[in-house]
Design a protein around this ligand. Structure first.
Ligand SMILES: Cc1ncc(COP(=O)(O)O)c(C=O)c1O
Length: 456
């Protein structure tokens, strides 16, 4: 018998009783004596893992994720004044996570509906959810939808949608290079590499102006090979908070279409940036309006606060309905061995809200309130730094858009703020404005002031 089971009589007998009762539950004909007769058949072999080192002893400790690791460090800090501005999740003025009222309402309706079951969804997910998600991003009157040349599949939030899109492109698209902005969300290169694509960067952010490096962007995309894939943040670029203007988007579109570059939009913040779902979808709609093809990954993590529900969609806009249908058939072959079919609950919440006019309106009001609170935090922080006469031009705080401000603080200054002020953020100086409140702005302003005056 296993030494651990036999060495302590009390432990051994309790375990025996549990195993016996489990076995009897599975097969009532098994008598209590059967376990002891089985003991003789179970013995530790040299490879069973009972003796010696773990078979995984060689596995190295991996570093924490650069974004989620910030929260790990924050959780370990006992300081009462600690502040987590690392992870991109919305917080109230009281610093609490929030579930939207409209989401609670939708959940209540779902729970009360006794006809609902927990059967598997189809491979492509909930049909209503897919249709409504396409309408949300492309617009209710989108010709691409009317012409049935959009295929939409439900995936595991934004990340899963990007991952499925990457894998599809890796299998079926002739050009395997994807250009992503420098800098971008840290998960992008890993997702695309796993999909079999090779990643190159195009210039995006200019540290000198803390704005868009538009000339660099045009030059880099202009010299990309014909057909290359280009990742574009639909709005609220992460981590910089810098978006092209509509005129600049028009030029980017023109250049990309003239070179046959394939746009892959990442839309993780629709409605969350400006407070308007339509305004934040304009870049995507501009590309769809010209009749060309593109991919769009959508996430409901931020704009509906459904972070942990993992609700998202991948849409591929094709030239015609026939191609779209074949593309969908291949997307199923990507999804089936990856996660088989997506989860039902979050998508049902989204579909319930999107198809009911009143609930949809209620959502837009709550969404705008979140966006407005973030914008007001930008103004408060900017004013606080101005009042302290903190060296430097901080106007980018109010010019940038969305969840994040790319402060321009360097990694030494970030480390100083964490050590001295217990403020946690990614080492590139990105702060989540959604994690700030009127109460914590002065503390952050003090920390920034000290960092830029004391650490160079
Ligand atoms: C730019 C960008 N894309 C995609 C995502 C994916 O988020 P999720 O998988 O939670 O929807 C995020 C989340 O922070 C993001 O910032």
């Amino acid at each position: 018998m296993h030494p651990q089971l036999s060495s302590h009589p009390a432990h051994g007998s309790a375990t025996d009783r549990r195993l016996n009762s489990m076995l009897r539950h599975i097969d009532p004909s098994i008598a209590s004596s059967s376990l002891s007769s089985m003991d003789s058949q179970i013995s530790a072999s040299p490879t069973s893992g009972f003796h010696g080192d773990s078979v995984f002893a060689h596995v190295a400790q991996a570093p924490e994720d650069s974004i989620l690791g910030v929260t790990v460090a924050y959780n370990k800090d006992p300081s009462p004044i600690k502040l987590n501005l690392g992870v991109g999740a919305y917080r109230t003025e009281e610093g609490k996570p929030v579930v939207l009222n409209v989401v609670r309402k939708a959940e209540q309706l779902l729970v009360n509906d006794r006809s609902r079951v927990k059967e598997y969804l189809p491979i492509v997910g909930l049909a209503d959810f897919n249709k409504l998600s396409a309408k949300l991003i492309f617009g209710a009157d989108s010709p691409a939808i009317q012409e049935n040349r959009v295929t939409t599949v439900q995936c595991l939030s934004g990340t899963g949608s990007l991952r499925v899109g990457a894998e599809f492109l890796g299998r079926h698209y002739h050009e395997r290079t994807i250009y992503i902005p420098q800098p971008t969300w840290g998960n992008h290169p890993k997702i695309f590499n796993l999909g079999g694509l090779s990643v190159k960067y195009y210039r995006y952010y200019d540290p000198a102006t803390r704005g868009l490096h538009f000339q660099g962007l045009l030059e880099d995309l202009g010299s990309a090979p014909t057909g290359a894939i280009v990742l574009l943040h639909a709005c609220a670029h992460n981590p910089t908070g810098v978006d092209p203007t509509l005129e600049q988007w028009a030029q980017i579109r023109q250049l990309m279409r003239s070179k046959g570059l394939l746009p892959f939009f990442d839309s993780a913040y629709q409605g969350f940036a400006s407070g308007s779902l339509d305004a934040d979808a304009q870049s995507v709609r501009m590309f769809v309006a010209d009749g060309g093809e593109c991919l769009v990954a959508q996430s409901y993590a931020k704009n509906m606060g459904l972070y942990g529900e993992r609700v998202g969609a991948l849409s591929i806009v094709c030239k015609n309905a026939d191609v779209a249908s074949r593309v969908e058939s291949q997307l199923k072959l990507v999804i089936r061995p990856m996660f088989s079919n997506p989860p039902i609950h979050g998508a049902s919440i989204v579909a319930t809200i999107l198809k009911d006019m009143n609930m949809y309106d209620e959502w837009t009001v709550e969404l705008k309130a979140m966006a407005d609170r973030i914008i007001s935090m930008r103004h408060k922080l900017f004013e606080a730094l101005r009042a302290k006469d903190t060296p430097g031009d901080w106007s980018h705080i109010i010019k940038q858009i969305g969840m994040f401000t790319f402060t321009g603080l360097n990694s030494e200054q970030v480390a100083f703020m964490t050590k001295e002020y217990h403020i946690y953020m990614t080492s590139d100086g990105r702060i989540s404005m959604a994690g700030l409140s009127s109460k914590t702005v002065p503390h952050l302003a003090d920390a920034i002031h000290a960092a830029v005056t004391r650490v160079r």
